[in-house]
Each structure stands twice: as C-alpha cells, then as structure tokens.
Ligand binder design. Structure first.
Ligand code: SAH
Length: 346
C-alpha cells in the first residue's frame, strides 16, 4: 500500500519537492489545498508532470465518505472507505460551540474490551497519519468548511482503535492537525482517549504536545477492570493513576475519566465510593456513560436510578461529574457498530 499523500508533514513535503527541484511555494500551495479537501489530481494550479511524479509515490485517494446516517438528535455518523477498501467510522456531534468529530485511529482494535464492538474481530491494521487527518479533512469539506473557515472545531480520538497502540502515526497526526499551513487546530481542541497503555501515556506526556487526555477507566478496582478490559492486566490501576498525575504535571490539562456503567458489574454505591477515593486529589472530571448495548455480548446498561445514585456519591465527595449525553443511539452510535453491520450485510 502506498503512503497517503496526506501523511506528509509540511516539512516533509518541502523536502520531497526540493528533491524534485521545486520551489518552496509549491509546498504551500499543495499542503493548503490538500487540507482544504482537494485531491492532488484536482489541483489545476500544479504542473501535470509534478503531479505525476508525486502520484507515483503517494496515494491521492486517501479516504472518502461512502455513507452518512443522521440521527434525530443531530448527530451524524460517517462510514469512510480507505484506499485499500477497508472501512472505518466517524461520528460528528453538533454542539452549540461547533462540531466535534470523533475519529478512528485503527481499523479494528486488539484491546479486546468486553463491552466494545470495535475489537470483536481484532486489529486489521493501523491507520496512517494521513488517514486520520483525512477523516477531519473530508468531514470539514462535507460541512462546507475550508481551511479559512473551519467547521469541525474539535477533534476527539475516540473512534475505533486504541490511539496509543498506534503511537507514531497519532503523534504525526497531531503535527498535521496543528500545522499553521493547514487547518491549524489548537492542542486545546484535540482530545485523545486511551484504554490506559501506561508507557505510551508517559511518552505522550513527554512529547511536548498538550493534548487533552481521556482515560477509559470503567472500573474502580483491578479485579473488575481485568474482567472488562483484558489489556489492563499489564498495569495496575495504581500505575494508571500515577501516569495520569504525571500527565497533568507535564501538560496542565485536566484528565477526563470515562466510566461506562454496566449493570451488575461496576455501578454499585460501593464502586462509586471506591472510585472516589481512587481519584481523590487529582485534577479531573468523571464522565459517566451509559452502556450502548451491543448484541454480540450480554452486558446490560444500568437503570436510571442506579446511575443517579452513582453520580450522587461522587458529587458528595466533591468530584466533578458529567453524564455523557447519549447521542446517536438510533444510528449505531457505539464504536464499531455501523461498520460491523455494513460488513455483515455486504
Ligand atoms: N481505545 C480508546 C478509544 C476508543 S473507545 C479507549 O479505550 O478509550 C472510545 C470510548 O467509547 C471509550 O471510552 C470506550 O470505552 C467507549 N465505548 C466503547 N464501547 C462502548 C459501548 N458499547 N457503550 C458505551 N461506550 C463505549
């Protein structure tokens, strides 16, 4: 498979064009137009022979939206097709401040979390940096946005895949997304959600990027966490908390803990108390998520009362709690559901 042309950072593009005896302004033109949603072959201001030379090496048809599902609540779900035919998903949420796009970092996932549909078939492959950036570019174009007038205002790496399991490409994606020659996102408007791969959390803290960190915690003790998230067997919750503390010290970004409430698994009052003492003193916020039931497993969401009681315990201990608005339930909003259904039908 060829390298996506969108994977080139601005500096790499300059370098490549220098090799081809091209002036620097060509890099400005090409990078700008690519991030504006144009393909290289569509750029009428670039000489034909230069395009041909680049297209020998790079993939121009990086990603396209092949299906859009619209929810009654305004959420839209995209099914994207990659150059090699693989499919990934994205969710676009409409808030009063703008649009947040949830992007995927891998095709499939190898983390095996019990509640999640993305990992049911394991990892297919990592996405290239340009394929992650491509999701943002085509969604922005779909909304009739441009480089000058961005419509996608926030990006969350919370779609299919484990971003810290594709570390180098994800870091390169941060370079692309924050480039002032392209869409120029602020690090404040980008979030990454991880199941907690401790060594790479530390690496990210040391990377120099100050990206918002969301941690999929989903349990208040190691025993429950090992049950629902097999990958957690490599680390203890204590190590995770230390990594979060380090991340905060390095970046000054408040940590967001994601906690899916699963009936009879992790949502008793005792669990809430345990969670409260675990995160006490950390500058953080807990985001409670009601389980999006997936037919391939038999986990159930908890009742409204249980959810309320859980939140109350945390609040009484002075912890910031939000409950995730359940968006897009009618459009297979949970990770990996739309892709699975599409693949199973076709
Ligand atoms: N691998 C990363 C990002 C992908 S999952 C991570 O683990 O954080 C993104 C978020 O969706 C996570 O918080 C994940 O736990 C949640 N999620 C996955 N399946 C879900 C489901 N069936 N219902 C509700 N949330 C789910």
């Amino acid at each position: 498979m060829k390298e996506s042309i969108l994977s080139l950072t601005f500096d790499e593009l300059i370098e490549k064009l220098r090799e081809l005896d091209q002036p620097k302004y060509r890099a400005d033109q090409i990078y700008y137009e690519l991030h504006n949603g144009k393909k290289l072959e569509e750029m009428s201001n670039i000489p034909k022979d230069l395009k041909e030379k680049l297209l020998e090496v790079y993939e121009d048809n990086v990603i396209e939206i092949i299906k859009v599902q619209k929810s009654k609540d305004g959420t839209q779900k995209f099914l994207y097709k990659l150059a090699d035919g693989n499919l990934i998903e994205g969710v676009l949420m409409n808030y009063n401040f703008g649009y947040t796009l949830c992007v995927s970092s891998q095709v499939g996932c190898r983390m095996g979390c019990k509640f999640c549909a993305s990992g049911l078939d394991g990892l297919v492959r990592n996405l290239q940096a340009g394929e992650i950036m491509g999701q943002v570019i085509v969604a922005n174009k779909y909304l009739e946005g441009s480089v000058k007038e961005r419509k996608v205002t926030n990006i969350v790496l919370m779609g299919s895949g484990e971003p810290l399991d594709n570390y180098d490409n994800v870091l390169k994606f941060f370079n692309l997304a924050t480039s002032k020659y392209g869409l120029y996102y602020s690090e404040r408007n980008i979030s990454i959600s991880t199941c907690g791969l401790v060594p790479n959390m530390i690496k990210l803290a040391d990377s120099g990027y100050k990206i918002n960190l969301c941690l999929s915690l989903h349990a208040s003790n190691d025993q429950v966490r090992h049950e629902v998230m097999p990958v957690s067997k490599g680390f203890t919750i204590k190590q995770l908390m230390e990594a979060c503390k380090y991340y905060f010290e390095k970046t000054n970004r408040r940590i967001l803990f994601e906690y899916i409430l699963i009936d009879n698994v992790n949502c008793s009052v005792k669990h809430a108390q345990e969670l409260a003492s675990l995160i006490k003193g950390l500058n953080c916020i807990v985001n409670l998520i009601n389980l999006n039931e997936v037919k391939e497993n038999n986990l159930k969401r908890c009742s409204h009362d249980t959810q309320k009681a859980f939140a109350e315990v945390l609040k009484s201990k002075g912890i910031n709690v939000t409950t995730r608005r359940s968006l897009g339930n009618d459009i297979d909003g949970a990770c990996g559901q739309l892709r699975r259904r599409y693949i199973n039908k076709n």
